[in-house]
Design a binder for this molecule. Structure first.
Ligand code: NAD
Length: 249
């Protein structure tokens, strides 16, 4: 039976690459994002390559959006048994300048979003005794200047991952986290601009600090997500895999 995956934040960047890779692996894929046009473009690319996909515009931090999206996926593609909690935002500021909105919005998308999505999807996974939940953490979980909100959220994703792994393991559901280093996407291009640097200079400086001498590509993360989503990875659970071109700290 064809498996169905959900990838959040799939309109661009890492999420778009993960969705395309899981479709290449033979899964049906639902692309969920605030940006429904971006998802629709991803669906067209997957369909053109011979896959089957569905675009859904939804805000993962809203319980009603999440419930509606997961119901649609189950009805239109089939019960989801792979979930990639990838949707994310940054609102960087040093602590003394960080607003309550900076804090709440970042924790709302990453942590509340992953919680709501996982709670909605686990019903299908536990019923079918099969599931893979993959959460996007970050090397920022280990601490990063100007990212008190984001690093707290990404460290939170790791605790969330390990706890779900313990709760859901006996139902055939594995739960793991990927913690990327710097990946070239719109998110990090935005950081470069905020720091007043060209994107090229920003990436070149980061590459110099990285053991393998380059920054990451969305496909680097998609490759690891593909492994964790595979049926053969059923004995890997509760792990945080740093995908950062070198040791994480
Ligand atoms: P990106 O900004 O390019 O894409 C994020 C996507 O998430 C966007 O399409 C956006 O519309 C969507 N999104 C934001 N809020 C949403 C919401 N409430 N509901 C639904 N969709 C929403 O980011 P990216 O670089 O591709 O990052 C993807 C994930 O990987 C994020 O969780 C990010 O924190 C994490 N990450 C990225 C890097 C990096 O260097 N790019 C490093 C570590 C971790």
């Amino acid at each position: 039976m064809t498996r169905t995956a959900i990838v959040t934040g799939a309109a661009r960047g890492i999420g778009a690459a993960v969705a395309a890779r899981l479709a290449d692996d033979g899964l049906d894929v639902a692309l969920i994002d605030l940006d429904s046009d971006g998802c629709a473009a991803g669906v067209r690319r997957i369909n053109d390559a011979g896959g089957r996909a569905l675009a859904i515009g939804a805000d993962v931090s809203r319980a009603d959006d999440v419930a509606g999206a997961v119901t649609r996926v189950a009805e239109e593609l089939g019960p989801p048994t792979v979930l990639v909690n990838n949707a994310g935002i940054i609102r960087d500021n040093l602590l003394f300048k960080m607003s309550e909105d900076d804090w709440d919005s970042v924790l709302g998308v990453h942590l509340r979003g992953a919680f709501l999505m996982s709670r909605a999807v686990q019903e299908h996974m536990t019923r079918l005794r099969s599931g893979r939940i993959i959460n996007l953490s970050s090397t920022s979980a280990l601490g990063n200047r100007g990212q008190a909100n984001y690093s707290a959220a990404k460290a939170g994703m790791q605790g969330f991952t390990k706890t779900l792994a313990i709760e859901l393991g006996k139902f055939g559901v594995t739960v793991n986290a990927i913690a990327p280093g710097l990946i070239a996407t719109d998110m990090t291009a935005g950081t470069a601009r905020r720091l007043g640097m060209s994107v090229e200079d920003f990436y070149a400086a980061a590459a110099e600090q990285t053991a393998v001498g380059r920054v990451g590509r969305p496909e680097d993360i998609a490759h690891v997500a593909s492994f964790l989503a595979s049926e053969g990875a059923s004995f890997v659970s509760g792990q945080v895999i740093y995908v950062s071109g070198g040791p994480a700290d």
